[in-house]
Every structure is written in structure tokens, then in C-alpha cells.
Design a protein around this ligand. Structure first.
Ligand SMILES: [Zn+2]
Length: 537
């Protein structure tokens, strides 16, 4: 069961990784093309009607942008079978050329640098149905136990352009966004940000949501169900934070019990990562008919009100059953994914490595350092070292699924190198301050950590993120001498490692060359907290 579960977790990555020749379409999808580069997203108003009986959506997205360069051809993404009906610029219809997912809008008016302009993209169609949300996403059209529609979107990797027209590249986040969703009146829509108003149209209702912060495209979501709502206030680092919960009517009692973990999560993560990054938008947990996703300020939940990952412990140590995996993991992404967002999905470890690591920090806060270490070390069983963690740039291609648990163990190893937990905590908090509401590259994260730790981690990151080799410490105890070296390392890799000699702590400084030291003990044990292999020769 556990194996199956893990396979589900990473199958999306494996599919995306297969080596093949990339097409022009991959490049247009995955790179900052000239038709994207000249304008900066400022505001979206996505306004759609969802018709569950037809599995059909229609509406428009208003896109406000700032002109950075005076160009007039603009790339908008929308994936077939969704269709653009017309595009208006300043109220006048403009021409566009479509090829697959890419639509080049030919603006008539000269675009003056510094101006804020708007286009309105009208569209409709039968959006791709999710095959296995959230990994192979789209629209999930399900029913609840009472026969009501239970509908949700998910689109990480695939891209938000699977269901709405936008600039579908992660480097440019919109600064704020309105989301209006019209649906049959028995359903409630829960999207991102705060609910501003509900309009009764007779047979339908329109829910108007507003996101007051930058948001990445795949974070935007629509969830429609016969929801019931409950809430609480959390006294956090930035004051009072609204925690709102939307669950299926029949699950209210279970949710009220299980979601008590939310405030525990908030306490642990504010401690380690700093203030929740979206106080203005509140925090929501929203029940959906799939496992879950880190939709910004409306984290979606489908873990069946069980602890673990659908009741399973991904670490095999028992500690994974002390928390609800989806509440902890997906909410951890509010800091690493939604606050600090990758520019290119090749750097997805910035989301998943830190968030997988956050599971261990949650345990550290509530159950102590040893429990946390057991957990993160236990998750090494899921590491494959099949491909590098970093994916392919400019092609919308992520790297190995090892970005999760190898990523977490890389961070756990850095914590050992620093040997100062408070300093490490300040670095994690510092990352969330330095890159607050920004899109980043892995190099920015790597150099920030090197700078703040005062340890040059260039070769460390190169080894662990860009190769599949795990450093191996070889050692020989030869009478009164200890000889040791690293193998399976890149040039210049020289990470110190802590060992215990007859239970006394000692640091070794291995390199590719054999070193010899005096040895007076009986037994040498390599500290398990370092993610390396070792062999006594
Ligand atoms: Zn994740």
C-alpha cells in the first residue's frame, strides 16, 4: 500500500521527465518568450459560469498589465479544447492568431512604456477532465454522498491555461485578482482570498472572491459543492488571522475534530518560517474530491479526515501518523510555493524540498528533535536517485520526484553543518522575508543559504541537486590509525561529517583524497543525520 501511495505522489514527475526531443510548443509554453516579456501582469478578473450538467464553462478573463517595452504582439495561453471567442482591447475587438495553446494577440494601439492597459479575453468550452487529480489535473466533476455536484480544479504542471486564459508562466505573478464564479444556486463556490459578495441571480448564484496578494497561476482554483462553513481566529505573529473551513455538509463533525490541527500547524510554521504570508486573504481549508493541493489561501483537502497520507506513514517510523499529511504538507506550501515561488518548474524543489522538510519541522515543534529526525531520515526510503532534482529549464519540465524527500534530507543535512538550530531557524525565516511574495531561481536560494550560514555550499548543492551521486564515506580502522575519504563526489566536494567514536562526537573533514588521523577508540558510527553513504573497509 505504501509503495502504491508513493508512486502516486511522484508519478506526475516521472511522466514529465521522460527524455524526448522537445518541440517548439514546449519552448513557447515553458520560456519567457518576447511576446510575454514586454508586459508585466498587474491584475486579473476571472469571471466564469460553470454548468455542471454540461461539464461546460464560459466567461472571460480581464487582464490588466503594465507596458515594459513598446511591443504590440502579446502571448496569451489557453489549451484546447477551450476556445477563445473574442478579445477586446480598450473595449475594441482585436485580431489574434492561434496555434495550439498559444494565442498571439495583435494589438492595434501603440503600447506606451509605463502605461497600464487591459484586454478582455472571452472564452468557453468543455475543459479537460482531471484524470487523476491533482497530478493529472483539470476539472474534477464528482458527486457528494447526497448526489450534489462536487467540483474542483487542479492544474500544477499542466498549467492554469487548461481552464482559463492567462500568461501561463510562473515568472510573472499577478499582483491581485478577482474571481467571480456563477453556478447553480444549490452550490457554493470557494476560491482564493476573501469572499466579497454573493449575488442571487434566480437559478444561479455568483460568488465574488478577491485575492489581495500576488498569486501564482496554478494556485487559482474553483471549488463548488454543498459546503458548510465554520471558522476560528488564530492569534499569530502578525495579529489576528482568520481560519475558515469549508467542508461537505455530512463531514462537519469529522472536520471540526481533524481541523484542530490547523492552529497547531500555524504555530509550528510561524515559529520556523515566520508570519503566515497572506494575513490579508485569511487561511482556508476547503474539502475537495481529490487528495489535496497548495492553492494559495485556500488549501484544498481530500485526505479523508485521517492522519498520515491517506492513513499511511511515508516515513515508516510511526511519526507520520501523528499528523494529517495534507493539512501539514499543503499548508507548508504557503511559505514555500505561494510566498516563495519558482520562476521555472525545473526548480520545483524550492517548493517540494522545503515543504517535505516542513513535515519534519512540524514534528520537531510538537514532538521534539529526535522524532523529527526519525521521520525525515525514514523518508529516505522513498528516494530513488534516478535523475537529478533540477529539471530542464525553459521547457516546463520538472526534475526527479526526489525533490521531495531527498530535498528534505539535503536541508536536514545543512542543519547539521550549521550546528546552531536558532541560526538555522533565522535562515528559514530570512528566506521568507528576503523573497517575500517573489518568484525565484534555485541559485538565489542556494546563494542566500551559503551567505547566511557562512559556509560555501556551492559544491554541496551541485552534488545533491544536479547529480544523482550520494557521497560515500569510506574508512578503515587500522590499529591506531583511522583512514578515510569520500567517493562518488564531484570535484571539490568536501562536506565535513560528524561521527561518534565510542559515543564521543567528532568531526571528520573528508575529501576525495585519503586522510589519516590517530584513532584510539573501538567503534566509529557515522551520524545518521547526514545524508551520505558509508562503508567500513
Ligand atoms: Zn507538495
Amino acid at each position: 500500500m505504501k509503495k502504491i501511495v508513493v508512486a502516486f505522489l511522484i508519478v506526475g514527475n516521472l511522466l514529465a521527465q521522460e527524455d524526448k526531443s522537445f518541440t517548439k510548443a514546449d519552448y513557447l509554453r515553458g520560456s519567457i518568450t518576447p511576446e510575454r516579456e514586454w508586459w508585466d501582469l498587474n491584475y486579473y478578473h476571472l469571471d466564469i459560469e460553470v454548468e455542471p450538467d454540461k461539464k461546460y464553462i464560459s466567461g472571460k478573463n480581464t487582464i490588466r498589465y503594465k507596458v515594459l517595452k513598446s511591443e504590440q504582439v502579446m502571448q496569451i495561453d489557453l489549451q484546447p479544447p477551450m476556445k477563445i471567442e473574442k478579445i477586446l482591447s480598450e473595449g475594441k475587438e482585436v485580431a489574434f492568431k492561434s496555434s495550439g495553446n498559444v494565442h498571439l494577440v495583435l494589438l492595434d494601439e501603440k503600447q506606451e512604456v509605463g502605461d497600464f492597459n487591459e484586454i478582455e479575453v472571452y472564452y468557453s468550452g468543455y475543459p479537460k477532465e482531471a484524470v487523476r487529480a491533482p497530478w493529472d489535473g483539470g476539472f474534477s466533476w464528482k458527486k457528494d454522498g447526497n448526489g450534489n455536484d462536487f467540483i474542483a480544479t487542479s492544474c500544477q504542471g499542466l498549467g492554469a491555461s487548461v481552464w482559463w486564459p492567462n500568461k501561463d508562466h510562473m515568472y510573472d505573478e499577478v499582483d491581485s485578482m478577482a474571481i467571480s464564479v456563477t453556478a447553480p444556486k444549490n452550490l457554493m463556490d470557494v476560491s482564493n482570498g476573501r469572499l466579497r459578495s454573493v449575488k442571487d441571480n434566480g437559478d444561479t448564484k455568483t460568488y465574488h472572491w478577491f485575492v489581495n496578494n500576488p498569486i501564482n497561476n496554478y494556485g487559482v482554483n474553483v471549488n463548488l459543492a454543498d459546503y458548510v462553513h465554520f471558522d476560528e481566529k488564530y492569534q499569530g505573529e502578525k495579529g489576528e488571522l482568520d481560519l475558515d473551513y469549508y467542508v461537505l455538509r455530512d463531514n462537519l463533525k469529522k472536520a471540526k475534530k481533524q481541523f484542530t490541527q490547523t492552529s497547531k500547524m500555524m504555530e509550528a510554521f510561524e515559529h520556523w518560517f515566520g508570519p503566515y504570508p497572506f494575513y490579508e486573504d485569511g487561511f482556508k481549508l476547503v474539502e475537495v474530491p481529490y487528495l489535496g493541493m497548495e492553492h494559495q489561501s485556500s488549501v484544498t483537502y481530500g485526505n479523508q479526515y485521517m492522519n498520515g497520507y491517506l492513513g499511511n506513514d511515508l516515513s515508516g517510523t510511526g511519526w507520520g501518523l501523528k499528523f494529517d499529511f495534507i493539512i501539514i504538507h499543503e499548508a507548508g506550501h504557503e511559505w514555500f510555493a505561494n510566498n516563495i515561488t519558482y520562476k521555472d518548474i525545473a526548480d520545483m524543489w524550492v517548493h517540494e524540498g522545503f515543504t517535505a522538510y516542513s513535515e519534519n519541522l512540524y514534528l520537531d515543534y510538537h514532538f521534539g528533535k529526535e522524532a523529527a529526525a526519525d521521520y525525515v531520515i525514514g523518508t529516505r526510503a522513498n528516494i530513488r536517485n534516478d535523475k537529478p532534482i533540477i529539471g530542464r529549464y525553459n521547457l516546463n519540465k520538472r526534475g526527479s520526484g526526489d525533490m521531495y524527500y531527498k530535498g528534505a534530507n539535503i536541508l536536514h543535512t545543512i542543519r547539521q553543518l550549521i550546528e546552531d538550530d536558532e541560526k538555522w531557524r533565522q535562515i528559514l525565516r530570512g528566506l521568507n522575508k528576503e523573497f517575500y511574495h517573489q518568484t525565484v531561481t534555485t541559485e538565489q536560494i542556494e546563494s542566500y543559504i551559503s551567505k547566511e550560514t557562512g559556509i560555501d555550499l556551492t559544491e554541496f548543492f551541485e552534488q545533491y541537486l544536479r547529480t544523482t551521486m550520494i557521497p560515500k564515506l569510506e574508512y578503515k580502522i587500522d590499529g591506531k590509525n583511522l583512514k578515510y575519504r569520500y567517493t562518488d563526489i564531484i570535484k571539490g566536494f568536501d562536506m565535513p561529517v560528524r561521527v561518534a567514536i565510542d559515543k564521543k562526537e567528532k568531526w571528520l573533514f573528508p575529501t576525495a583524497d585519503w586522510k589519516t588521523e590517530e584513532f584510539s577508540g573501538k567503534e566509529l558510527i557515522v551520524d545518521r543525520n547526514f545524508y551520505i553513504d558509508s562503508e567500513a573497509l
